[in-house]
Ligand binder design. Structure first.
Ligand code: SF4
Length: 365
């Protein structure tokens, strides 16, 4: 894995880029006309470890709600603006950490310049230039015959040059998103060749369920591998909790999460003794209930047989391997105890995880 040398920018209390680990971002869905509920949703994200939260600002009527949310929220709040540059100008005065807008639909260079001038008055506020396939300029769409990767890059480059060269403004990050993984990856690679602005990445309109998670992970993992991620969002047709936890899974799989639990379990085969699928589901539920990504590093193994299991899971911190109506409990690859009852072995495993993570007492044997 490489890390792109993106430039550092300020986003409220966060610093982004400059080789720092990627940060997860999400977007709340509660309208700002219901500020108490919007705060509760944003605060749930913060409690899950996601400190950058975006919210849609649809009209002047929502500026009061944005101001209230910015005052109460302990993370970094980004206002998402479309079409009306005056909303961006008003939002910048609300104490938020960032403004995301799409220059393709904000009404031209003069209006973009007005947003940049307002942003200069707040050195801790970042702009995000968000270009996506659904809102490219007409001339670019005609030239490229559609929203191709090359079209995304040309549109973004146009605006990057305007901000960096003409307006001499650098405290912004970029996003180019498409529903297609290859196009998104190709566009990010091309952009990295001519700017050091930090990147916010994701696969837009990825869907929900397992398909959305896999599509997002496929794209984000490639970009992580190439060091092209400064912040990212797993955009799902699902509650913010699902976006954040999926993001944590991606960081964990990529070795970019400080600490956190991890399950190692075998795929099972003809040698499997007992119901490993059921133990896996229970362990995964236990992990999620206790927010595994916020806990100290711990690798837990579930193996289907006692012949190959302990050996195959020797890197795990602790685990069980099923036998004929029995189970071996091991820690750091060494056998600690043999159980004549598999449920008892599993209960012991949960109790040990609870001790290590210092959870309130977990039901034991
Ligand atoms: S650990 Fe045992 S049960 Fe699991 S896949 Fe390997 S051989 Fe099969």
């Amino acid at each position: 894995m490489t890390r792109r040398a993106s430039r550092e920018i300020r986003l409220g209390k966060s610093t982004i880029g400059g080789g720092r680990p990627p940060l997860i971002q999400t977007m709340i869905t509660t309208p700002l006309t219901r500020p108490d509920e919007a705060f509760a949703e944003a605060d749930r994200g913060l409690a899950l470890g996601c400190r950058i939260v975006r919210t849609a600002v649809r009209s002047e009527a929502e500026i009061a709600g944005l101001t209230e949310l910015a005052k109460r929220f302990g993370g970094d709040l980004i206002a998402d603006i479309h079409f009306d540059h005056r909303l961006a100008l008003a939002a910048i005065g609300c104490g938020i950490a960032g403004v995301r807008f799409n220059p393709g639909n904000i009404g031209g260079k003069d209006r973009v310049a007005q947003i940049v001038e307002a942003a200069r008055t707040r050195p801790d506020l970042a702009l995000r230039i968000g270009v996506n396939a659904g809102s490219l300029e007409k001339d670019i769409l005609e030239k490229h015959g559609g929203p191709t990767a090359a079209a995304l890059v040309e549109s973004t480059r146009r605006w990057v040059e305007y901000l960096e060269r003409d307006l001499k403004y650098l405290n912004f990050k970029l996003s180019v998103k498409s529903h297609a993984v290859p196009e998104t990856v190709e566009a990010c690679r091309a952009l990295a060749a001519f700017t050091d602005a930090p990147f916010h990445v994701g696969i837009t309109e990825a869907g929900g369920g397992i398909g959305g998670r896999i599509r997002s992970a496929a794209g984000i993992a490639i970009l992580l591998h190439e060091g092209l991620v400064d912040t990212f969002r797993v955009s799902l047709t699902a509650p913010i909790e699902d976006e954040i936890v999926t993001g944590m899974h991606i960081l964990k799989a990529y070795g970019l999460l400080d600490g956190g639990g991890e399950i190692v379990s075998c795929p099972t085969c003809g040698r499997t003794h007992g119901t490993l699928f059921a133990y896996h589901d229970k362990l995964e539920k236990f992990f999620d209930e206790h927010r595994w990504w916020l806990r100290p590093r711990l690798t837990v193994a579930l193996m289907g047989c006692e012949v190959n299991g302990p050996g195959e899971a020797k890197e795990a911190d602790l685990g069980i391997a099923l036998g004929h109506g029995s189970a071996l409990y091991f820690e750091k690859g060494s056998l600690v105890r043999k159980f004549d009852d598999q449920d008892a072995a599993f209960a012991h495993l949960l109790r040990r995880i609870g001790e290590i993570w210092q959870l309130s007492p977990v039901k034991g044997e």
